[in-house]
Every structure is written in C-alpha cells, then in structure tokens.
Ligand binder design. Structure first.
Ligand SMILES: C[S@@+](CC[C@H](N)C(=O)[O-])C[C@H]1O[C@@H](n2cnc3c(N)ncnc32)[C@H](O)[C@@H]1O
Length: 244
C-alpha cells in the first residue's frame, strides 16, 4: 500500500495529494488575488512587503520564486535585482502560473516563467542567491525533499525565505478558528463558488508544522542557521535559512 499523508484533515495516499492540491489551485486561480485580499483584509500584502524588505536582495542577484502563483513576490524581486539580475517565477500549477505571467506582462514586467515542482527543481546546484516560497510549502507532499532541493540550488552564502501560515498565539486561537472554519468557506462559496477549497485552506494551515518544527526541518535539510519572525501574532511566520 502507498504511504499515507494528509490533505487538510483527510488522510490520503501520498500519490494522491499533488493531484488534489492541483484541483484546488486550478479551481481558485482566477479569483485567487481578490480572495487573498478579502480573506486577509489586505494583510497578505504587509506580510509580503516585510519579506521583500528584509531579504537583503541586491542588484544583480539571482532569485527563484517557488510556488510563486500569481507573482506577488516575483514582482518585488524584479524591482530589487534590477536589469543585471535574474528572477524566475515558478509554480507546479499551470492555471496559477498563467494568471501570474499575464498579470506581470500587463504591468510591463517580463521574466522567465517555468512550470516546476518544488520537490524536483529543474535548476543546477549552487545557482541562486535567494529562494523564496510563500504559502506554498504547506501544499507540498514531501516537505523534507522540497527543502533539500531549495538548499541544493542556493549558492553557499545564499538564503531561503519561507513565508507560511504558522501557529497563532494561543489566546487568539478560538477567534482564529471561528473565522477560518466558519467565515472562510462562506466567503469561498460566495466569491469563488468553491467552499471546499477554502475549507482545505483552513485545514492545511492547522496541519502545517509550527515555527520550531519547521526551523528544525530546515536545519535537517542542510541549512547552517535558521531564524524566524512571527507576523500578526504567529498567524504567519517568515523563516530564513542560511546556506553555509
Ligand atoms: C497559496 S498559493 C501561493 C501563491 C503565491 N506564492 C502567493 O503567496 O500569493 C500556493 C501555490 O503553491 C503551488 N504549489 C503547490 N504544490 C507545489 C509544488 N509541489 N511545487 C510548486 N508549487 C506548488 C500551488 O500551485 C499554488 O500556486
């Protein structure tokens, strides 16, 4: 029998998970940006700004955005690396990537875009100065393999940024649960005609490793040093892993 994993609160065969995640993002792609603003009250923009502004990316750097979706971080990286730098927008999902590519093209931003699985990156060793993955790691089946791949493609001295939902400050969790399990699926139904995908979102957040566990996983994947910063009382955390 196939090894088991979780898809939200459901237990599924490992071989099934990527297909189920793909269904979610094919379904939500067109409404993804408007739902992001609505669900987070615009806070996702603040979290992404913090990520971009504390990354230390310089003109000329090479940056890989994994699970980049509709391209919010990629746009910020392009502005920071300048004409001499290189930014790759990648994602496993063609619908998300198409929305991202078209949106950036409409804004006059041209960059290499590639369909790529974070667990098997089509890039050489020691190539990038910075790798980012925002709200993507949670959806991957083999997070340990993905973190090792991210470590592999970084140059020594390079950095991985993982922006992801995390463990919220305990006193807030009853309110956060109420919001996630009651309000989110209703918003999903009304705006994207898809309650199930937003139920998966709430469940997958609860199943994702907490701050300290993810830090440990990054160390085990080979990063020499890992630190993290809680945002919005731990609703989200930004982990930084340094390749020595
Ligand atoms: C919540 S969206 C995040 C998009 C974007 N990074 C952002 O912050 O707005 C999660 C993305 O992860 C992508 N994804 C899921 N599994 C992946 C994998 N194994 N490799 C690469 N991308 C993956 C999905 O297709 C989706 O576009």
């Amino acid at each position: 029998m196939d090894k088991q994993t979780h898809f939200g609160f459901k237990t599924v065969d490992e071989s099934e998970k990527a297909g189920k995640v793909a269904e979610v993002f094919h379904s939500v792609a067109k409404k993804y940006d408007v739902m992001n603003d609505l669900m987070s009250g615009g806070l996702h923009r603040v979290w992404k700004h913090f990520t971009l502004n504390t990354a230390g990316v310089k003109p000329g750097d090479k940056v890989l955005d994994i699970a980049g979706g509709t391209g919010d971080l990629s746009r910020g990286w392009v502005q920071r690396v300048g004409k001499t730098g290189e930014v790759w927008l990648t994602d496993i999902n063609s619908s998300m990537l198409t929305v991202g590519r078209d949106r950036l093209l409409d804004e006059g931003i041209m960059l290499p875009v590639a369909l790529a699985d974070g667990e098997k990156l089509p890039f050489p060793d020691n190539y990038f100065n910075l790798v980012s993955v925002a709200f993507g790691l949670r959806n991957m089946t083999h997070k340990d393999a993905a973190l090792k791949e991210m470590h592999r493609v970084l140059k020594p001295g390079g950095k991985l940024l993982v922006l992801e939902f995390s463990k919220v400050w305990k006193p807030l969790s009853p309110f956060y649960d109420l919001y996630s399990f009651k309000a989110l699926p209703i918003m999903g139904k009304l705006v994207a005609n898809d309650a199930e995908s937003y139920q998966y979102l709430a469940e997958s957040i609860r199943m994702h490793p907490d701050q300290e566990t993810l830090k440990q996983m990054m160390l085990e994947a080979g990063f020499g040093k890992v630190d993290y910063h809680n945002l919005s009382a731990g609703v989200v955390a930004l982990h930084k892993g340094y390749k020595f």
